[in-house]
Design a protein around this ligand. Structure first.
Ligand code: GLY
Length: 584
């Protein structure tokens, strides 16, 4: 278990000795020129193992486990647990997620779906017909705040599954770094402080969160979560699903007006799914299947792009225009077809049929922007003022270990601080908002709800989370994924393309400006944090795109696995959320 402990060589400064990707600031980015390359401060190069999380302390927690001899599954679990302590706005035991795991010894990919699911008493009209006062503060609809908003958490079961099925350590070993952080405390990050300020009026209503000092740099200790971690270390997932903590969780959810029962927790199961895989641009892209619509969106977009721009894309307005067009169709499909695959048949083959791709590629390859409903299916749209969410409560991490195992994990409580109450010391998710509140209604991310994604008993809501691993000649070359609501997939795809198709290193690829289009609203989003070159924006406007600036297009973590001339792991965490990678 202590194989690598003697090496003792890890942390960001150590990786810089190996050879950091210190950025060369350049400009440019007009059509045909190389992409803009801002300076890089959030990346590093490692030799043996690397963790890219959206917070340095979490990356270090995973790296500590790698150094102690754990594999990618152990380190991913440790990183998830640490993130749940360090940033309860984004993820934790009260949430859920997806893990895509590549086991090198078996040359096998596994997709674990530990997403939250609706309580058994959920009904399709539970939100549409909700009668009641709206509490003060942001994101206060019943699917976003309070007991009804909370789905049955999957995170504890997901962490236990990752460690039981693929790990080499015990739960009590991987919990070590998170427990230390919860007991000893840690400085509040600027990201957590900003989210705390934005939701303060609601956090102040909760007996646990109201006591937190979320000023930047203030030391936050989490004794009640430390207790849960200790019980989890001893008893595994049953601690939270089938014991006193589970009973307490269900009771508190009900006190907040929810319908989750202890039986819902006892019935919760992780689902193993077959990931989506497609060969494109000389790579095999492996990503999230339904209930994520994200993986499908990326694969259809890449299929269209390969057809329109050819095998060697060149950065510029033409590529950005085609990319924006390529997303419109799959986002329309999402509304029409996507729901929980256990209850709704998703005709993925038909959606990806050559005839349909041909038709969409012909539209996307045109000079001008098309309305989203030109991409085949008219959609119901009753909520033109889509609400947007710049920094959603989600987190993505990548891990690569010395053996070559790879873990891509995206984990979430949905909105920042989920449903904004704690139960058994745990911040509960508001994943019920990823269901359609009503057909044609938009959710927090401006995604239009379709009938297949209405709430229902034990259903899992449609997601955009897209943990992705890309292979070349059978070997993994990239781990990538993002947080940020509906923008998760467009951001993930752009960073992957930057690295694999446009030749950027991981740090610059993550830094580079991104765009986002989701069909509806009919806006091409550009970032204010990482502004797209003015000339590119002018060109896109001339093609008919309505440009809308937003703060950022998601937050991406990536690790590129380079084998020539020697093995190196190029890891990057997104400066938009302030993360840094760690490794050895
Ligand atoms: N809650 C964000 C997602 O699942 O896409």
């Amino acid at each position: 278990m202590k194989r690598w402990a003697a090496i003792g060589l890890w942390c960001v400064s150590a990786l810089l000795i190996v050879g950091a990707t210190v950025g060369v600031a350049t400009t440019g980015g007009a059509s045909g020129e190389p992409p803009p390359q801002p300076s890089v401060e959030h990346s590093g190069v490692f030799r043996d193992g690397a963790v890219a999380a959206d917070q340095l302390e979490a990356s270090k927690a995973g790296a500590e486990i790698l150094v102690a001899g754990g594999n990618a599954a152990d380190a991913a679990a440790a990183t998830m647990l640490a993130l749940g302590v360090l940033n309860p706005a984004s993820s934790g035991f009260g949430g859920g997620g997806f893990a895509l795991y590549y086991c090198v010894k078996e040359d096998k990919l596994t997709f674990l779906d530990f997403r939250e699911r609706a309580p058994a008493a959920a009904t399709p009209d539970m939100f549409e017909n909700f009668q009641g006062a709206t509490p003060p503060g942001p994101a206060a609809s019943p699917s976003q705040l309070g007991g009804l908003a909370a789905g049955v958490p999957g995170e504890p079961a997901g962490i236990a599954a990752l460690v039981d099925r693929f790990g080499s350590m015990s739960l009590s070993e991987v919990i070590g770094p998170a427990l230390r952080l919860a007991e000893e405390g840690f400085p509040v990050s600027p990201t957590l402080a900003a989210m705390g300020a934005a939701f303060k009026v609601q956090l102040d209503q909760d007996p646990v969160m109201s006591k937190w000092d979320l000023a930047p740099g203030a030391v936050l200790r989490r004794p009640s979560l430390a207790h849960v971690l200790r019980v989890f270390a001893k008893e595994g997932m049953k601690a939270l699903y089938n014991g006193p903590l589970g009973r307490e969780m269900a009771a508190v959810v009900q006190k907040h007006g929810g319908i989750m029962t202890f039986q819902d927790l006892r019935d919760y199961r992780v689902v193993t799914r077959k990931p989506l895989e497609v060969d494109l641009f000389g790579y095999r892209w492996v990503t999230a299947p339904p209930p994520s619509a994200g993986g499908f969106t990326m694969l259809q977009s890449l299929t269209i792009l390969e057809r329109v721009v050819g095998a060697k894309p060149v950065y510029g307005a033409s590529l950005l225009h085609t990319m924006a067009e390529s997303w419109k169709g799959p986002f329309v499909d999402r509304q029409r077809y996507f729901g929980d695959p256990a209850q709704i048949i998703q005709p993925l083959d038909r959606m990806m049929s050559p005839g349909r791709i041909e038709k969409r590629a012909a539209l996307a390859g045109g000079e001008k922007a098309n309305p989203a409903d030109a991409y085949d299916f008219p959609i119901v749209w009753t909520s033109p003022a889509a609400r947007t969410s710049d920094n959603a409560g989600t987190s993505h991490l990548c891990v690569v270990d010395v053996e070559g195992n790879v873990a891509a994990v995206t984990t979430t409580v949905n909105r920042p601080f989920g449903a904004r109450f704690t139960a058994a010391g745990i911040v509960m998710n508001d994943e019920m908002d990823d269901f359609a509140s009503g057909v044609g209604e938009s959710n927090a991310f401006g995604l239009v709800g379709g009938a297949p994604n209405l709430p229902g008993p034990r259903k899992r809501p449609v997601s955009t989370m897209s943990p992705t691993i890309v292979f070349k000649d059978g070997k993994p070359v990239l781990c990538v994924g993002a947080s940020g609501g509906s923008r998760i997939v467009t951001a993930t795809q752009q960073v992957a393309m930057n690295i694999l198709l446009l030749g950027m290193d991981a740090g610059h690829a993550v830094d580079a400006p991104r765009i986002h289009h989701q069909g509806f609203p009919e806006k091409l989003r550009v970032e204010t944090m990482m502004p797209l070159d003015d000339s590119l924006q002018d060109d896109l406007r001339a093609r008919g795109h309505v440009i809308e600036p937003i703060r950022n297009v998601a937050n991406v973590q990536a690790i590129q696995i380079v084998t020539e001339p020697e093995r190196r792991l190029h890891a990057a965490s997104d400066p938009r959320k302030g993360g840094s990678p760690a490794g050895h």
